[in-house]
Design a protein around this ligand. Structure first.
Ligand code: HEM
Length: 85
């Protein structure tokens, strides 16, 4: 287990509304999967917060299932926080 997988308790908390502000348009692009918020800003295929019809600033836990890459892609993305209610 890598460092960034540990100590969830210290992660910045995002509500759904806060996450929605990071839609990649003039701001960073964040995406939540299974309660963890990832930064996709530097991903070319996420330019303007759009990626194969998906939009940043959202919880895409269901949408990522059945994609070509699945959740294996998450390991390369910086973690910036966790999603809270
Ligand atoms: C319906 C949803 C999605 C579809 C159809 C989709 C499809 C694709 C495809 C076709 C690629 C290029 C092939 C590849 O590099 O594997 C790709 C790359 C990528 N996707 Fe997705 N994706 C979806 C959702 C997501 C989500 C939710 C995330 C992040 C949370 C994500 C993160 C990435 C990243 C980081 C890459 C770059 C791969 C690399 O550079 O190795 N994708 N996606």
């Amino acid at each position: 287990m890598g460092m960034k997988r540990m100590a969830d308790d210290n992660l910045k908390e995002f509500t759904k509304e806060e996450l929605a502000q990071y839609d990649g348009n003039g701001v960073r692009a964040y995406v939540a999967i299974d309660g963890i918020v990832y930064d996709v800003t530097k991903e070319e295929s996420w330019e303007y917060g759009k990626h194969y019809g998906q939009l940043a600033g959202r919880d895409l836990s269901k949408e990522i299932e059945g994609t070509p890459h699945g959740k294996s892609i998450l390991g390369k993305l910086p973690i910036v926080g966790k999603l809270v209610d």
